[in-house]
Design a protein around this ligand. Structure first.
Ligand SMILES: [Zn+2]
Ligand SMILES: [Zn+2]
Length: 256
C-alpha cells in the first residue's frame, strides 16, 4: 500500500492510499487534486472515500468525485453528508480489498466525528483522524465538550506506537510554537520542532507522524503530565482536575 498526502486549499491534506489498482481517499474537501492524481495514474481506480466529519473542507469534493468515479462513500452515521454515505459507528469494521478499517468515534471537534485505523500487511498502521488529533495539537471544540475531546484523544493515544498519524491539516509548526510555550523543557519536543521546521523549509509535509512521537511531544496528549498540568494551573486557576486542565489548555491555545 502506498500512502500519499495530496495538498488541498491552503493547509489541508487529502490522504490517498493505493495498491496500484485501487485507491481510496480521505476527506476530499476538493475534487480537483484527486481527479488530477487519477488522471496521472490511469491504471488506478478510486473506489472508496472515507469521511471523518461534515465540515466543508472535508466533504466539498464528494459530489463531483462520486459522479466521476462512483466510489463508495463511508462516513459518520451521526452527521449529514452531501452524498449517499454508509453510516459508521463505534466498533464498526469496514473492509477495503482485504484491508480492515476499525472505526472509532471521536467526538469533540464535531459531535459525530469518527477516525479510521487500519494495518496494511507488513506496514505500520495508519490512522485517519481528520480534525481530532493534529501533530502537536488537537481540533477546536466546535460542537463537543472538553471532556469529550479528552476521551477521544485518550482513545486514539491507546493505538499502537508505530501507528502513522494522518491528520487532515498541516498545522504542525504553529501547534509546536504553542507546545514549546507550554512545555519548554521537553527535549523530544525541541528536537521534533527543529525537524519539522526543516521539513517545512523544504516544502515537505510534516506528516504522517508516529503516534509514539505525538505521545512524547503533543501537550494535548500530555495534559496529565506534571510539566503540562503545572504550566496550565499557573496560568488558569480553574484548572483543577484532568478535564478542567484540558479545557484550560485548549482555551490557552485559542488565545495564543
Ligand atoms: Zn473540521
Ligand atoms: Zn478541517
Amino acid at each position: 500500500m502506498k500512502l500519499i498526502a495530496l495538498p488541498a486549499f491552503s493547509d489541508n491534506y487529502i490522504w490517498l492510499l493505493h495498491d496500484d489498482h485501487h485507491a481510496l481517499v480521505v476527506d476530499p474537501g476538493d475534487s480537483a487534486p484527486v481527479l488530477t492524481w487519477l488522471q496521472h495514474h490511469p491504471g488506478v481506480q478510486l473506489d472508496m472515500i472515507l469521511v471523518t466529519h461534515h465540515h466543508a473542507d472535508h466533504t466539498g469534493g464528494l459530489t463531483e468525485l462520486v459522479s466521476h468515479t462512483h466510489a463508495h462513500v463511508a462516513g459518520p452515521a451521526m452527521e449529514k453528508m452531501p452524498v449517499e454515505t454508509q453510516g459508521l459507528v463505534q466498533g464498526d469494521r469496514l473492509d477495503w480489498h482485504g484491508l480492515g478499517f476499525e472505526v472509532h468515534e471521536v467526538p469533540g471537534h464535531t459531535l459525530g466525528h469518527i477516525a479510521f485505523w487500519a494495518q496494511p500487511v507488513d506496514q505500520a498502521p495508519v490512522l485517519f483522524c481528520g480534525d481530532t488529533l493534529f501533530s502537536g495539537g488537537c481540533g477546536r471544540l466546535f460542537e463537543g465538550t472538553a471532556a469529550q475531546m479528552l476521551g477521544s484523544l485518550d482513545r486514539l493515544a491507546a493505538l499502537p506506537d508505530e501507528t502513522r498519524v494522518c491528520c487532515a491539516h498541516e498545522y504542525t509548526l504553529s501547534n509546536l510554537k504553542f507546545a514549546l510555550a507550554v512545555d519548554p523543557d521537553n527535549q523530544p519536543l525541541r528536537t521534533y520542532a527543529q525537524i519539522c521546521a526543516d521539513l517545512r523549509h523544504s516544502n515537505q509535509p510534516t506528516l504522517p507522524v508516529p503516534l509514539s512521537t505525538e505521545r512524547a511531544i503533543n501537550p494535548f496528549l500530555r495534559s496529565r503530565s506534571r510539566a503540562v498540568s503545572n504550566a496550565v494551573r499557573q496560568r488558569d486557576a480553574r484548572a483543577m482536575d484532568d478535564v478542567t486542565t484540558f479545557a484550560a489548555l485548549r482555551t490557552w491555545k485559542n488565545e495564543f
